[in-house]
Design a protein. Structure first.
Length: 258
């Protein structure tokens, strides 16, 4: 069974068929799903989904591009949510320097990134890390997280294989999604080739980043086999081995029984 470690089923793209789609997961070999928050509102919706479906778990957190929704009051609410029994991670959190180049914005992102890391430490939860165009600063802050013994995954990894090895040395997992199936995804394929399978998690980031042959369409966990197959091809192993080991990895990180 495949463990989907990063989805966004609260997204409005699923409004028309969300329940039917989620109810079909088990029959298609999807065992568990972690639905990641990215704002206060989507964290609420992620927890609601986790309460409704026994195989769905939630991550509570605020994406770096959404930190305007964070203040001391909303952060107190977030602190209360990480105690929920179905919340298994703090995320997705991190840095995103792609959209806004202002130094003050970047500083604000770093501030709330560290605050949410501290929250994960207090709660004893792993973190789901988003990083875009912020390689050096993300690595520097994750070295601080490593010193705090905070486990986690670098979601939708997009940097070099050398940087992936740096994260793996610290014990972090690398999230691999549909991009690995793209013809031009040289860096990610090199990363998959060079890091141990025991440090890879399968994810879709749905409804975004659909793999080939569905690139550009709405993504879902049903497309995870395409990702597993590409990883198997790169590593010269069977697709079932990829599925089995990555499921064990996810259960270990999210502290769930295998």
């Amino acid at each position: 069974m495949i463990f989907e470690t990063h989805a966004h089923y609260e997204d409005q793209q699923f409004d028309a068929d969300r329940d039917a789609l989620l109810q079909s997961m088990r029959e298609h070999g999807i065992s568990r799903i972690v639905n990641a928050g990215s704002t206060i509102e989507t964290t609420k919706k992620s927890i609601e989904l986790a309460e409704k479906y026994d195989f769905i778990y939630a991550a509570a957190g605020v994406h770096p591009s959404e930190t305007d929704c964070l203040n001391e009051e909303s952060f107190e609410w977030l602190k209360s949510q990480v105690k929920h029994p179905k919340v298994k991670a703090v995320g997705e959190i991190g840095l995103d320097y792609y959209w806004d180049k202002e130094a003050a914005v970047w500083e604000k992102q770093r501030y709330w990134f560290r605050r949410q890391l501290e929250l994960a430490k207090e709660a004893g939860l792993p973190v789901i890390i988003h990083s875009r165009d912020a390689a050096e600063d993300t690595l520097a802050i994750m070295k601080e997280a490593y010193q705090m013994h905070i486990p986690g995954v670098i979601h939708c990894f997009s940097y070099s294989a050398q940087m992936a090895r740096e994260y793996v040395k610290m014990g972090y997992y690398i999230g691999v999604g549909g991009v690995v199936t793209f013809k031009n995804a040289k860096k990610l394929k090199e990363t998959v080739e060079q890091i141990p399978l025991e440090k890879i998690l399968l994810e879709t980031d749905c409804p975004y980043m659909a793999p080939e042959p569905y690139r550009g369409k709405r993504n879902s966990s049903l497309y995870l086999p395409y990702i597993a197959a590409k990883i198997a091809e790169i590593k010269g192993i069977t697709e079932q081995e990829v599925i089995n080991v990555t499921e064990q990895n996810a259960c270990r990180m999210y502290q769930l029984p295998q």
